[in-house]
Design a protein around this ligand. Structure first.
Ligand code: SAH
Length: 262
């Protein structure tokens, strides 16, 4: 197709069918499940940024219905014509404005998303009033690695607080047209139906603790409690006194909050 890509909208098309099929398999059946032919179709997939519909093709094979949210008016207008006779609904709009609570059946979110809104998308899908069963998105590899690693960031803790997360297939930059500057990787998130692991108050503490991510935690929290007391508490919860905020896992933050509260 002779369509010019809009860089500002993160338009990088992925055409490798094998990878697209894998992303669609993750979306329908999860990352650890047996996948492939013969499996029952899943009810509903909300696709973020279908673009020209490369991933949409693979999703339609595994879902009874796909609702595809596309911001680019021209792409949104042209997409339905590429999928005659299928159960595809194209919504012209911004994914960040989309109201998931209007859906009245279980759903999965999938997409080769525009990277400039990775964090807002993750935040939105994991805090939806009606949570998706699964979220399968292709993001920058570096960000995917940070989300799943033990060296935490506010984003990784946010994700781990609300979902089981696993990294999937790596997609090298050259697989895209035009190639982006960085490699990509799939992340698969399965939101906890029981709600977040730690409370909003604990998460407030996490945000304060990361005020200067490279500095020591005691430095970041110095305004909250006496430094000597902080050090004692850290010892009690089994965290080294010169730890950086990224060294603490969710449970550590939870423990820290409880001790500080006293
Ligand atoms: N999934 C497609 C294209 C990925 S590129 C593929 O695999 O080929 C990212 C897509 O997201 C583009 O189509 C872009 O127009 C769209 N997009 C950008 N910002 C968006 C937003 N805020 N809401 C929905 N779609 C958006």
């Amino acid at each position: 197709m002779g369509l010019k890509n809009k860089k500002s909208l993160g338009q990088n098309w992925l055409k490798n069918r094998e990878i697209l099929e894998k992303i669609a398999d993750y979306s329908a059946y999860g990352i650890a499940e047996k996948t492939g032919v013969g499996l029952e179709k899943r009810p509903l997939c909300v696709e973020i940024g279908p673009g020209l519909g490369y991933l949409t093709t693979s999703l339609l094979r595994r879902f009874d219905k796909v609702i595809a949210i596309e911001y680019d008016d021209r792409l949104a207008k042209n997409l339905p014509a590429s999928f005659p006779g299928t159960n595809l609904e194209v919504v012209h709009g911004d994914i960040l404005e989309y109201d998931f609570s209007r859906l009245n059946e279980p759903y999965v979110v999938a997409g080769n998303i525009p990277y400039y809104i990775t964090s807002p998308i993750i935040e939105k899908v994991l805090t939806a009033e009606r949570l998706p069963d699964r979220v399968v998105i292709l993001i920058q590899k570096e960000v995917a690695e940070r989300i799943v690693s033990n060296k935490e960031t506010v984003l990784s803790l946010f994700v781990k607080n609300r979902a089981r997360v696993q990294a999937g297939v790596i997609v090298p930059a050259h697989e895209f047209t035009p190639p982006p500057k960085v490699d990509s990787q799939v992340v698969v998130m399965e939101p906890f139906v029981t709600g977040p692991v730690v409370s909003d108050e604990v998460f407030e503490l996490i945000r304060r603790g990361f005020a200067s991510p490279r500095k020591k935690l005691v430095h970041n929290l110095a305004g909250m409690a006496d430094v000597e007391r902080l050090k004692v508490i850290m010892g009690e919860i089994g965290v080294l006194v010169d730890a950086r905020p990224g060294d603490l896992g969710l449970t550590d933050w939870d423990n820290l909050y409880k001790k500080l509260e006293r």
